[in-house]
Design a protein around this ligand. Structure first.
Ligand code: NAD
Length: 269
């Protein structure tokens, strides 16, 4: 599959899945605008890509801030001559904003619930809105949204995240309808637990982190956490011309964990 010369904007790409996607796509010849709230991380990712011979720049952007989002899209077009791929990757979980015992509906402050929705669902909408004038000029335009297995199933103390990820799944389908006339594809993917800071922090908040991590992969048919690079390869496929007939899709990348209702020990894993 080819993403060579495609111009990517990746939000929240200072670490985790976004960073892996920046690195994997750059290694395949894409041009990457790395973007994050955390400037030190983001600049490092862009610098490392350049040192390996790839093309990358960094631009600070909080995806909830319309002025910063508009400036990010303009900076990308100025740097690379346009935008082909918007990867709406930036995201947060309530456990990053409040102690675990406040991440249920009884304890969660309203502002935490709103913040998670703002970053995970409003942010991608804003980024798509401001990338649109540039995407319309691309011959291989697509928007790729980070959904989650939480887009389709519940989890304890996950109501804000689950609401936001269910929302982004349907936002994907609705925007794919609106943007079809411009030949812009809009897809999303749903990972289960992937080994990044988000999951490490989530696990750390548990009273028994070892048992909690085991529980996270208890129904997986591939009994381990996913790797950021595995998600990055899926994003590259969705961005490539080879996936040109895939639109408005939600693609699970979950080791088979949502396929059944058992636990790994029942089948000797
Ligand atoms: N890791 C998983 O298990 C998993 C599973 C399903 C979905 N996802 C989704 O994948 C995406 C990336 O997850 P990750 O695990 O790499 O997360 P992460 O926490 O490791 O990294 C997220 C990045 O987003 C940035 N960010 C946070 N708020 C931002 C904002 N307002 N504006 C711009 N950047 C912001 C952070 O600074 C960070 O660099 C998220 O949308 C997440 O919900 C992750």
């Amino acid at each position: 599959m080819s993403v060579k010369d495609l111009r990517f904007v990746i939000t929240g790409s200072g670490t985790g899945i976004g960073r892996a996607t920046a690195q994997v796509a750059a290694a395949k010849g894409a041009k990457i605008m790395v973007s994050d709230l955390n400037d030190a991380n983001g600049k490092q990712v862009a610098e490392d890509i350049r040192k390996s011979g790839g093309a990358a720049e960094y631009f600070h952007c909080d995806v909830t801030n319309p002025q910063e989002v508009e400036a990010l899209m303009k900076a990308t077009a100025d740097a690379f001559g346009g935008i082909d791929v918007l990867h709406n990757n930036a995201g947060i979980h309530e456990t990053a904003l409040a102690p675990a015992d406040q991440c249920n509906i009884e304890g969660m402050p309203l502002e935490v619930f709103r913040k998670v929705l703002e970053v995970n669902a409003v942010g991608p909408w804003l980024c798509t809105k401001y990338a649109l004038p540039y995407l319309k000029k691309s011959e291989n335009a697509s928007v790729i949204n980070a959904a989650s297995t939480g887009s389709q199933s519940g989890y304890p103390n996950n109501s804000a995240y689950g609401t936001s990820k269910g929302g982004i799944r349907l936002q994907t389908q609705n925007l794919a309808v609106d943007l079809a006339k411009y030949k812009i594809r809009v897809n999303c993917y749903g990972p289960t637990a992937i080994a990044t800071d988000m999951v490490t922090n989530f696990v750390k908040q548990s009273p028994d982190p070892v048992a909690f991590e085991k529980a996270l992969i208890a129904t997986s048919l591939i009994p381990r956490l996913g790797r950021p690079e595995e998600v990055a390869e899926l994003v590259c496929f969705l961005a490539s011309k080879e996936s040109g007939f895939i639109n408005a899709a939600y693609i699970l990348i979950d080791g088979g964990s949502l396929a059944w209702r058992g636990s790994a020990d029942q089948i000797g894993l």
